[in-house]
Design a protein around this ligand. Structure first.
Ligand SMILES: NC(=O)c1ccc[n+]([C@@H]2O[C@H](COP(=O)([O-])OP(=O)(O)OC[C@H]3O[C@@H](n4cnc5c(N)ncnc54)[C@H](O)[C@@H]3O)[C@@H](O)[C@H]2O)c1
Length: 258
């Protein structure tokens, strides 16, 4: 069995990861970390009944002892667990978003010592969506590009990591240009990519890239219907990284062979 620790185990994603790990024939939940619900059984917190793994305080990460840690927490929490994973030689699957440039550089540095799968979106559909917008950007050169994302009212970071990656993918095709986050006042469109973050209610996550020309537009949309789209992808990444021994920074492209 592959021993899995979960960081952010009491969160919306962490609870689903705990559930999916407990249902998986190859993975075994051995540890759960969080800053809340400490001491409670991770399975009970996840709604799947007692698993015999109590949630440990994330300030005790020196206790990390697993083959793989799956992190869906906050940027500081992810960095803490990655530092511990590096010290202990534990592989990591990181779904947390909203890292600063400095934090991204530290993750890159840590990946020289351990294999890490890092993805701002673990859903298979979104990874295919990134491929589709890449192709559309090649075919629709000269069209104006705008990205709109919609998420639930509790999301901390804006715009989403998925929207930022969509902009990055497109810039790789059409060349570097400014990203404009919303517009107001005197805001005549230039050559930029516009990115808009809509927040409300319980929307799991929607992304649309618009390629707008004179007289027509193409819209490519991904809609997540359930958070399981993300957690199942992260579980797939965990099973995949279990077989990888070479340290490095891996993406869902590697996991899915895209
Ligand atoms: N990559 C993906 O596919 C994907 C999908 C959904 C969400 N996310 C990202 O995953 C992260 C978590 O999302 P969520 O909706 O589960 O949020 P959430 O707020 O429901 O859960 C976060 C959990 O982390 C815990 N936490 C806070 N500080 C911590 C620390 N220092 N150490 C350990 N745990 C800590 C919180 O107590 C909470 O239980 C966010 O960054 C979100 O954007 C990524």
């Amino acid at each position: 069995m592959i021993k899995v620790a979960v960081n952010g185990a009491a969160g919306r994603m962490g609870r689903l990861i705990v559930k999916n790990v407990s249902e998986d024939g190859q993975l075994e939940l051995v540890q759960a970390f969080d800053v809340s619900r400490i001491g409670e059984d991770a399975g009970e917190v996840a709604g799947v009944g007692k698993l015999g793994v109590a949630i440990t305080s994330a300030s005790d990460l020196e206790k990390l002892d697993a083959d793989i840690v799956i992190d869906f927490s906050v940027p500081d929490g992810a960095l803490n667990v990655l530092r511990a994973a590096k010290d202990k030689g534990v592989k990591a699957v990181v779904g947390t978003t909203g890292f600063t440039q400095e934090q991204k550089e530290e993750i890159e540095e840590i990946s020289k010592d351990i294999p890490i799968v890092l993805s701002p979106n673990f859903s298979v559909g979104v990874n295919v969506f990134w491929k589709l917008i890449e192709r559309a950007a090649e075919l629709l050169k000269g069209y104006d590009v705008e990205i709109v994302e919609i998420h639930h009212r509790f999301k901390r970071d804006a715009p989403s990591g998925t929207a930022l990656k969509a902009a990055e993918v497109i810039k790789r095709v059409i060349g570097e240009r400014e990203t404009v986050f919303g517009r107001e006042g005197e805001a005549l469109r230039g050559d930029e990519i516009g990115v808009f973050a809509v927040r409300g209610g319980d929307v799991v996550g929607e992304h649309t890239v618009y390629f707008i020309g004179m007289g027509e537009r193409v819209e490519i949309t991904h809609r997540a219907q359930s958070r399981e789209a993300f957690s199942r992808g992260a579980i797939r990444a965990a099973r995949w990284i279990a077989e990888v021994d070479k340290p490095g920074m891996y993406s869902m492209d590697d996991v899915l062979g895209l």
